[in-house]
Design a protein around this ligand. Sequence first.
Ligand code: UDP
Ligand code: LCN
Length: 814
Amino acid sequence: SSSSPTTLQRSDSIADKMPDALKQSRYHMKRCFASFVKGGKKLMKRENLMNEIEKCIEDSNDRKKIMEGLFGYILTCTQEVAVVPPFVALAARPDPGFWEYVKVNAGDLSVDEITATDYLKLKESVFDESWLVKIFIQEQYVLLKKLKESYLFFQMFCRAKDEHALELDFGAIDFTTPRLNLSSSIGNGADYISKFISSKLGGKSDKLEPLLNYLLRLNHHGENLMINEGINTVAKLKKSLMLAVNVVSTYLNTHLMKLSPRVKETMVMLSEVLEAPDSVKLDLLFSRLPTVFNVVIFSVHGYFGQQDVLGLPDTGGQVVYILDQVRALEEELLIRINQQGLGFKPQILVVTRLIPEARGTKCDQELEAIEGTKHSHILRVPFVTDKGTLRQWVSRFDVYPYLERFTQDATSKILQRFECKPDLIVGNYTDGNLVASLMATKLGVTQGTIAHALEKTKYEDSDAKWKELDPKYHFSCQFTADLIAMNVTDFIITSTYQEIAGSKERPGQYESHTAFTMPGLCRVVSGIDVFDPKFNIAAPGADQSVYFPYTETPKRLTKFHPSIQELLYNEKDNNEHMDTLRKEKPIIFSMARLDTVKNITGLVEWYGKDKRLREMANLVVVAGFFDMSKSNDREEKAEIKKMHDLIEKYRNSELYRCIADTKGVFVQPALYEAFGLTVIEAMNCGLPTFATNQGGPAEIIVDGVSGFHIDPNNGDESVARIGDFFSKCSTDGLYWDSISNAGLKRIYECYTWKIYAEKLLKMGSIYGFWRQVNEDQKKAKQRYIDMLYNLQFKPLTKKVTIPEDKSLPMRLAS
Ligand code: UDP
Ligand code: LCN
């Protein structure tokens, strides 16, 4: 029976299919498995596996046939292989979010399906061996001096072998949370929850009690917003609504009272939900309920400010994202509060650390109003330890010892300002998410988290090799904090699907936290479930008052043209440019922080090597920030000074548009990009965009329609795609415009802050209700998390060194 891979059913596990695979290709499988175990213990990734296959099956026709058969199918699903002779253990992922583990005996080709735990144990034993090698090397070269370190390694080695290593299994304490089933549903959590809740509310009247209780609790500064305490049964609520609808109808018709027609609409909606709840009605109702007024957004590390901060360490797209998010959120809140007929002011606080040594930024100021908003502020709270206030910036990898105290101090400042609890707390990045979790748990407030980037997937084997990397990166703290926050939070916002569950070929960033091991520290057998309905995709946008199409001539910021022209076409070589551009050629443009992962140097190299591309187009790269204050024009300098606040943003946007004027393109060549704000900035300006197929941009752009994907690991192919584009443009006068327009269409349909803000507010209210419905489950899980926080995380933070403050005499904490 040689069933082809296409007939594979989801229910057929990889282990079940192995016998058929063996029947199809026993000879080659035997050779391959024998070759895997040759040379002893090791860990192989997909690329290593494919290289091995090429070595073992030399004949390319044979190889093609094998790859088309069942064994090939199994190989293509395999993400990682732990070789512990005579066993070869495969971690296979047939579809996003679905993992299976099998153990094959290379000798007799017997196959066993194993658990994640058993797979991780085998994987740990691969790393045990490499540690032994290290101990050996150290003892050879450094002898007694390093005895202490060797001893530590030895201790760890013993613990890694420990059968009773700490196992974290969040799945084991989740009893009532419903879970999605399909890979394609991942990331639509709020819709799923509202369907689930509405099905729970149906039937007898008492099923509606959770909704009644939720409405009873809705208040602002102690003022009931929906119904008063007297209406304490579902029957009373139904009756009161009937009466109220009649009364309101009368008033609406006679104009005796100023009432918005929405009041009646909302009452009717609520009556309908009480009569027969369904998710469409429930969604509509929830989009109208007055649930969110005061929001706290944590973004702890870095220099968080509005001026002069971009380009400082640890300060990239996250800051841009949050400031735009606040503006969009406030705007949406103001519209809703107005429609609800309430007189409240929404308040949004972005809470970050106060840095006394602010390097010319405003990061040493406690409170700063957020530009473009009426009621939103940045609140800064210093890091304080027993040694006093920390004066200097510290890297995002070193912030862990300060976070607990920071949360306490921030919480009291926030409560003081709001004079009530916030309605929603949103964390950003590991540190912000942890702080948000601590505060939300303490106050009993709905919480959301945003990763921006999870560091675990950025560094290969960062989990298994944590001990090596810990002195520099403190991943033991970071991954534990990430797990805590992911499990505490009510909902998780991601910018793309791939961030959660990756693609067919590559696991998602969250998915990589499902099962992993940090040998000697803990074995995570169920860290997060990507099918958990807490996951929601809400992509950010770009500020459209700044990033608008190049064709909107009257709005263009022509004041920047002289300096942009100077940057692009100045004939003198200086610090900023090293070659003269030919004006008749279109420009290939790229902009990113100078970070290895952004691969700007890769792009320069591709361009340098490719004669055809060099002949067709110029290349302009902004890596870091070009300093406009160096402009020669005095008036322009004064103008720039005036605009200083928003200069980078405005000037950047005009730069994208000037590149579009040349019929050029934007290229984002990163080796990996979590989302990629520059991609949507360029597309908003109408600039055709080529972006990496590794990460978020692959989802933003529909390849060949609204832009193009390029493979950062294949320079030749990428350069050819860009070259082909320019040559097509030279023969088809409409081609450039068609891509530019399709890019804009894509943005308006999927990537705007308005869409984002609507989604976020929906999450705030739906998950606010859900946390009440699911209260018992949440409490049980919280107990488990408290232990993890206190017994594991806190001791780990003690290993992070707190820098001495040399500039000032030591002060004691107040
Ligand atoms: N940026 C900038 N100047 C630079 C490089 C980047 O103003 O030289 C801005 C860019 O316009 C975007 C943000 O910084 O708004 C970068 O965000 P992205 O998501 O692309 O990458 P990140 O830096 O967060 O990894
Ligand atoms: C961090 C990144 O690395 C980028 O890919 C994102 O666009 C940015 O944060 C905003 O989420």
